[in-house]
Ligand binder design. Structure first.
Ligand code: MLC
Ligand code: AMP
Length: 487
């Protein structure tokens, strides 16, 4: 079913129902329909045409949702940008995607590189208010691109995954069904809307099922207990760092929250089995872990009914085919590790303007995820690591090479490498190992430079000095031979 038809189940058929709450302000589905129509007219008045790209660089707020729905109606391609990105990341994404403009807010606009056109989100909303509320829908087919979402894939260079309306429809419809969403659900949405976990899963399960959503600007563990108590959600989606923070709540508070929570979903990074178990003991709720990627949306999920097995990501979703392959691309036997390959209506159309990267990631119609996994005889899949040295910190991806390149540009640095070290909350954090000329290397200046260029979660927690990096005979850095580091 086309994405807009899925949305119509709520936007048109449940027009009078309360839909969304943000900062104490509520909207019905009918109001969201009208707001997104007015915004579509305003975007059209600013000259945007089907197929054109428009970036957004915004914290979570209802305007992001209005923009998403307006983009579906107009056939626009949105480019979500992580609010923590700084000069280097923004320059790359905005040059590569070349959007008509970036929709942003005054607090973030200062980070947008000079020469890029910014549209102030409040101005756009004010302009929309004067537009007609009648639907302006040019429609879309499943192949119509809807988003370019930047991800680093298995190499360091960030690439735009071209996700279509059909990808979001297939993913959203499957998850809403598999995870038993109904219009009675109350979904607490704290994940960022610039990543697929919050956007493709959260927003789409909500719009397709017609449940209620409370949006927060971001996850804040100091406020989380209050939100759960006050809103009484039945559904929560989070990254492991959020569940680890939630383990800090007093037992009676946790038990009360858990008694109302019918579904807690974790993904984007490995959920340690002990967190799964501690959450069950404290909240009386068994976390459902699933596995996805920007390029593929969701692939594999533990079952709603049946065993949610800790440490595993479960079974392939009904519309997704999964193979575990060896280096030659041949499927391996159950119990043997290999690379996870996926195929299905969830998989993106390729990388934006990068035919070589696209060719390298697909083989015979299968997308090669770069994740290493193993399938048990009963079908449950466990992820064991990655082919690349990706670091995942709090659910945000970090490619060491991106940080290494910047450090190597600093005066006095001979060699540099960045590795992920274990962190009790965020899973991993980056640490830099450097061989430097001590008389020249200026660590505070390097830290300040990295802060101006890269997202805060990519900042190395330490610069560990070594005489030289351990290397193989071929010159490759042997990260596992580096001295261990502890905070
Ligand atoms: C995080 N920070 C933010 C922020 N989110 N700052 C401003 N706005 C936001 N929206 C920064 C903080 O400033 C801080 O920076 C650091 O992140 C941690 O903040 P914290 O308050 O100490 O939070 P913490 O309890 O550690 O939890 C971090 C977190 C965050 C869980 C809130 O990591 C997060 O939002 N993660 C979600 C990532 C996500 O959605 N991933 C999905 C990718 S899609 P400093 O300077 O102190 O470090 C994908 C596919 C799939 O992977 O399968 O889903
Ligand atoms: P992204 O590029 O941000 O979409 O990140 C996708 C990556 O997150 C995947 O390739 C996995 O390595 C990782 N990931 C997502 N879900 C899980 C999970 N449940 N367990 C382990 N890793 C995960």
């Amino acid at each position: 079913m086309p994405l807009l038809s899925l949305f119509n189940r709520s936007l048109l058929d449940r027009a009078a129902r309360p839909a969304l709450e943000f900062a104490g302000v509520s909207s019905t589905f009918g109001e969201i329909e009208a707001r997104s129509n007015r915004l579509a007219h305003a975007l059209r008045a600013r000259g945007l045409q089907r197929g054109e790209r428009l970036a957004f660089f915004l914290q979570n707020r209802p305007e992001v949702i209005d923009l998403w729905i307006a983009a579906v109606k107009l056939g626009l391609v949105l480019v979500p940008v992580n609010v923590l990105y700084r000069e280097r990341e923004l320059k790359h994404i905005l040059a590569d995607a070349a959007p008509v403009a970036v929709v942003t807010s005054p607090d973030l606009a200062g980070f947008v590189p000079a020469g890029v056109i910014c549209w102030e989100v409040a101005e756009l909303a004010a302009e929309s208010a004067a537009q007609p509320s009648a639907r302006l829908a040019v429609g879309g087919v499943p192949e119509t691109p809807l988003a370019l979402i930047y991800t680093s894939g298995t190499t360091g260079a960030s690439k735009g995954a071209v996700l279509t309306q059909g990808n979001f429809a297939a993913n959203g419809a499957a998850l809403a069904r598999e995870w038993r969403f109904t219009e009675e659900d109350r979904y607490l949405a704290t994940l960022p809307l610039f990543h697929v976990h919050g956007l493709a899963n959260g927003v789409h399960c909500w719009l397709i099922s017609g449940c209620h959503l409370r949006l927060t600007e971001r996850f804040d563990h100091a406020k989380a207990a209050g939100w759960f108590e006050d809103y009484r959600p039945t559904v929560f989606f989070g990254v492991p760092a959020m569940f680890i923070r939630l383990l800090e709540l007093p037992a009676e508070v946790a038990r009360a929250i858990g008694s109302r929570l019918r579904l807690a979903v974790s993904g984007s990074a490995p959920l340690p089995a002990e967190v799964h178990e501690k959450f069950r003991q404290l909240y009386g709720s068994v976390i459902l872990e699933r596995y996805g990627m920007t390029e593929t949306l969701m692939n594999i999920s533990n079952p709603y009914d049946g065993e949610r097995r800790p440490g595993t990501v479960g079974l392939p979703l009904p519309h997704v085919s999964v193979r575990i392959c060896d280096e030659s691309g041949a499927p391996v036997a159950d119990g043997t590790s290999g690379e996870v390959w996926v195929k299905g209506t969830n998989v993106c159309a390729g990388y934006w303007q990068r035919p070589e990267a696209t060719a390298a990631a697909w083989t015979d119609g299968w997308f090669r995820t770069g994740d290493i996994g193993v399938r048990a005889a009963d079908g449950y899949i466990t992820l064991q690591g990655r082919r690349s040295d990706l670091i995942i910190s709090g659910g945000f991806n970090i490619y060491p090479r991106e940080i290494e390149e910047l450090i190597l540009e600093q005066p006095g640095v001979r060699e540099a490498t960045v590795v992920g070290v274990p962190d009790p909350v965020r899973g991993e954090v980056p640490v830099a190992y450097v061989a430097v000329d001590a008389a020249v290397f200026d660590e505070p200046a390097t830290v300040a430079y990295l802060r101006s260029q890269l997202a805060s979660f990519k900042q190395p927690k330490a610069f560990v000095r070594v005489d030289a990096l351990p290397r193989t005979a071929l010159g490759k850095v042997q990260k596992r031979l580096l001295p261990s580091w502890q905070a």
